[in-house]
Every structure is written in structure tokens, then in C-alpha cells.
Design a protein around this ligand. Structure first.
Ligand SMILES: Nc1ncnc2c1ncn2[C@@H]1O[C@H](COP(=O)(O)OP(=O)(O)OP(=O)(O)O)[C@@H](O)[C@H]1O
Length: 291
């Protein structure tokens, strides 16, 4: 176990709709048992990046524990950018895609062991326009679904399910994408274009079988149609896409243009309707505790 003096725990109190006091108490006990000072910061949804930066500057922790979903991990990552400070993830959102990709255990005791342990991975991060992306971003139908989910009042997985049929009915797909990679321009029509740093969504759907979070590359995957058999196939571990369904381009930077503004999401948060996206990778920028 690593040697700590201060640990900061950042908790999103509303993520995943679950109560987190039990987890906080358990982690606090484990931290105090190793004679380390425990500091707690609860996000408010307003200016959290700035406030976490201030907490970190004041406390000078050796590790930051994050309790929340992908959106919360992203907030913490933005606050810690360019600092060599490892984080640990306690999956606590309705979508925990990054934790799933990194194999963070499901049992609390093991999560605490990992969080206070000394095994790490170095995650590449993507810069997409002015935003950071740790995991997965997409332009098209899935982002449209997230936009509708965020505008509705029902949270959690059921909330997504409730929005899926109206999204399918209202969306104006196929969308037209122009992808510029290494001086080459590709034109595609499809239901969605994913920008993937990892392999899976938080639902377990494996949309980027070739992806690795630390290889200095990301994948652009264009999904051409709503083939339900292929979509269900992404739930298998050994996914192989039919080229009529999906096409993949691996790169370290790209420019994506759309004919009309299309819904665009990063790590499960709707960003805006957009027509142009610039993506580049920053290699191994975030140190995360893993098994
Ligand atoms: N106290 C708070 N009240 C309201 N929103 C908050 C609060 N703290 C953080 N947030 C917001 O929560 C979002 C991140 O949630 P996260 O993705 O981690 O969990 P989630 O359960 O997956 O979320 P969602 O159900 O919205 O997908 C960010 O938009 C952040 O600004």
C-alpha cells in the first residue's frame, strides 16, 4: 500500500440516484486506519472544476478518490489536468463506462483496496473542441437520446429506456459525416459516429473491439444503419463488425464535419448540436488506480 498523508474524496451526491453516506463512512475508516487524513468534497453541479482545483491546492492530497459516474470523473480529471496526481474511481453513476473499461471491481471492499493500492494505468485523454473526453463521445442517435434524457425528469436506466422510442421517431437520420484523417477525406452516411478511447459504453455495449485506452490512438467508428442483430452483437465479448454495419478508422487526430448540426455528447453528457469537431489525443495523461 502506498504512503499517504492526505486523501481527498470527491463525491457527487446525486449521481446514480443512490445514497452514498455508507460508502463515505467506510472509505473514511479505511483511510484513517492507515493514519492518513481524510478530506471530503461534495459536488454541487456549479463551478465544481474550479472548487476541486482550490481544494487540491489547499489540501495537497496524494490521491483523489472519485464517487460518481463518467461525468463526475471527467469533472475531476479537468481539475487535475497537468498535475501528476492519481485518481481512483468508485463507480456511482447511472453510467460508469470508464470504470467498466478499466475493470474496477464491483465489490466495495475490493474497490477500497484498489483505491488505496499502488497499481495504476495511464489513460490517454482526448481533446474534442474545447472539452476533455476520457472514454467515449458520439455524434448522432445516441447523443440525441442523451439530449432527450437530460431534458426529461426520469433519471437512471429507466429514463434512457423511456426516451429511446421517441428519439428513434423524431431523429432525422441517416446523418452525413465528412471525416478528415491524415490528409484523407472520407464521406459516410450513418446513424452515429463514435469517437472512442476505450472499448465499451457503460451499458456493456462493446462498440470498439480494437480499442486500448493507453495506445496513443483513438478510433472513429461510423455506424451505418440500425441493424438490431449487429447492435445486440455488441453485448458479446468477441464482437466483430460486418463492414456494412460499422467502419473503423484508428488515428491520433481528426476533423469531423456534418452537413447539418447534429447532437454531440462526451462521456454521457450532451454538449450541443454541432457541425464541426476537432479531436486530438494527449497520451497517457491521467493516472488511475486499477486492480
Ligand atoms: N450536487 C449536484 N446537484 C446537481 N447536479 C450535480 C451535482 N453534483 C454534480 N452534478 C452534475 O452531475 C453530472 C455528472 O453526473 P454523473 O455523470 O457522474 O452521474 P450519472 O448518474 O451518470 O448522471 P446522469 O444520470 O445525469 O447521466 C454533472 O453534470 C455535474 O455537473
Amino acid at each position: 500500500m502506498a504512503d499517504f498523508r492526505n486523501i481527498l474524496m470527491v463525491v457527487n451526491p446525486i449521481s446514480g440516484g443512490e445514497e452514498k453516506d455508507g460508502l463515505i463512512t467506510e472509505v473514511q475508516l479505511a483511510v484513517e486506519q492507515i493514519n492518513c487524513e481524510f478530506h471530503l468534497f461534495k459536488t454541487t453541479g456549479k463551478n465544481d472544476i474550479k472548487k476541486i482545483k482550490e481544494e487540491v491546492d489547499q489540501i495537497q492530497p496524494e490521491r483523489v478518490l472519485v464517487v460518481g459516474g463518467d461525468g463526475t470523473v471527467k469533472i475531476v480529471a479537468e481539475a487535475l489536468l497537468h498535475k501528476d496526481l492519481p485518481i481512483a474511481i468508485f463507480p456511482g453513476g447511472s453510467a460508469n463506462g470508464l470504470a467498466l473499461n478499466l475493470g474496477i471491481p464491483e465489490k466495495r471492499k475490493q474497490q477500497i483496496e484498489v483505491a488505496l493500492g499502488d497499481h495504476f494505468t495511464s489513460l490517454d485523454v482526448l481533446q474534442i473542441n474545447d472539452e476533455l473526453c476520457l472514454h467515449l463521445s458520439d455524434i448522432g442517435l445516441n447523443a440525441e437520446l442523451i439530449k432527450n434524457y437530460e431534458a426529461a425528469s426520469i433519471r437512471g436506466k429507466f429514463g434512457y429506456l423511456m426516451q429511446s422510442i421517441p428519439t428513434l421517431i423524431k431523429s432525422k437520420y441517416p446523418y452525413e459525416y465528412e471525416v478528415e484523417v491524415a490528409g484523407k477525406v472520407y464521406h459516410h452516411k450513418g446513424i452515429m459516429l463514435a469517437i472512442a478511447n476505450c472499448t465499451k459504453y457503460g451499458t456493456g455495449a462493446k462498440i470498439n473491439p480494437e480499442g486500448q485506452h493507453d495506445d496513443g490512438k483513438f478510433e472513429i467508428i461510423i455506424f451505418k444503419n440500425l441493424d438490431i442483430t449487429e447492435i445486440l452483437g455488441t453485448l458479446r465479448e468477441d464482437v466483430k463488425f460486418n463492414p456494412d454495419f460499422a467502419e473503423t478508422i484508428a488515428t491520433d487526430q481528426a476533423i469531423i464535419k456534418c452537413k447539418k448540426p447534429i447532437a454531440f455528447q462526451i462521456d454521457g453528457e450532451f454538449i450541443e448540436n454541432t457541425q464541426k469537431i476537432k479531436v486530438r489525443i494527449a497520451k497517457k495523461s491521467l493516472k488511475i488506480a486499477v486492480k
